[in-house]
Design a binder for this molecule. Structure first.
Ligand SMILES: [Zn+2]
Length: 361
């Protein structure tokens, strides 16, 4: 019986033996005779770390890979929401898909399930699999694309460019190998909504000190029904245990771009953050002026009671900052980073629930 660690040592020993005995048949380059073995071991390690493989996607994860699974299932007719969160609905759909395709119905998406899930798409195609191409190229690799589900010339050019970068044949067709590289290789941008908060844990701070009511309950959560379900809550409500008067702190450095009446006698402070994102701190009062510079962790306002029922909270909205126009926009019909609901907001609205992962100020 060979344990894993012993196996690796065994492998390296055999490797050293081969390279030292082969009199350069293994080494085609002009390597100095005193160190070829070490250099080749390093080269092997690099090759391994650059390898592309299908990610194992499973219940509880949130990622663009989860979103890709959801796009494919949706394209194949499964009733599923495309939100990047691997919840119970996705789990059921994956298991049903596995059963229908003769796979082990364990609900985990590994290489066998991926190979049955993927759908080859090319110019002229439309649908959810095309959306998957556009979403991942845009949010993982930084291509400027709209996720409209139509595979036109812009998408084709982006695919060709991606294939060239990955040294694949650049035919503009997204087949098994290109899918493997889109889904399996590590991304070059951190702009996806699924890791928006994860990538800010070490650099941003939570906007309120002390305890607060669980935002996942009591209709305080993003997307909660408003006005009898005719629209959806576009922010997260942070209701502090310390009551009205609780201070609000800047999550990160930025510049004030607006201060105006928001709701029932309360105000909104709009901040363009230095990383290009936008935060709207609302149902507060503030003495900050437009163009004022604000620093991470600085007190920028305080929570007050509204005059319609007297409740109090920080209603916080966050935007990626790559759309233009007013943040409130009841005419908007599409969102880049969240699934469609009638939020009545600008198209670059971000799901703010992950703010609770930030450390307290
Ligand atoms: Zn709210």
């Amino acid at each position: 019986m060979i344990k894993k660690g012993n196996f690796i040592i065994y492998f390296v020993l055999v490797f050293l033996l081969i390279t030292s005995c082969s009199n350069s048949s293994f080494l085609t380059s002009d390597v100095s005779s005193n160190s070829p073995v070490i250099e080749d071991v390093v080269a092997v390690e690099n090759a391994v770390s650059d390898a592309v493989s299908w990610p194992l996607v499973a219940y509880g994860q949130s990622s663009l890979s989860v979103k890709a699974v959801q796009y494919f299932l949706k394209q194949k007719g499964y009733s599923i929401s495309i939100d990047g969160d691997f919840g119970s609905g996705t789990l059921t759909a994956v298991k049903n898909f596995q059963k229908a395709n003769g796979l082990t119905a364990d609900g985990k998406v590994g290489s066998a399930t991926w190979s049955k899930l993927i759908i080859t798409v090319k110019r002229g195609n439309s649908g959810y699999a095309v959306r998957a191409v556009q979403d991942l190229l845009k949010n993982k690799f930084g291509y400027s694309l709209s996720t409209d589900g139509d595979f036109g010339s812009g998408t084709q050019n982006a695919v060709k460019s991606f294939q060239t970068k990955k040294k694949l044949s650049s035919d503009g067709i997204v087949g098994a190998t290109t899918w493997l590289y889109i889904i399996g290789s590590s991304g070059t941008t951190s702009g996806s909504t699924t890791d928006f908060w994860g990538s800010r844990i070490s650099s941003w701070t939570f906007p309120v000190k002390g305890g607060y009511l669980d935002p996942k309950t009591g209709a305080r959560y993003f997307g909660a029904p408003r006005n009898g379900g005719t629209r959806a809550h576009a922010g997260i409500d942070i209701v502090p245990n310390s009551g009205p008067g609780t201070l609000v702190y800047a999550m990160t450095n930025g510049t004030v771009t607006g201060y105006y009446h928001f709701y029932a006698g309360t105000y909104a402070l709009e901040v363009e953050n230095d990383d290009g994102t936008v935060a709207r701190y609302t149902e507060i009062t503030s003495t900050k002026q437009i163009n004022a510079r604000i620093k991470k962790g600085e007190a920028i306002g305080k929570i007050i009671r509204n005059n319609s029922g007297g409740s109090y909270m920080l209603h916080l909205e966050v935007y990626m900052g790559d759309s233009t126009g007013a943040l409130t926009n009841s005419a908007n019909t599409s969102y880049k980073y969240v699934s469609w609901k009638k939020y009545n907001r600008r198209s670059d609205l971000v799901d703010p629930m992950g703010v609770t992962r930030l450390p307290l100020p």
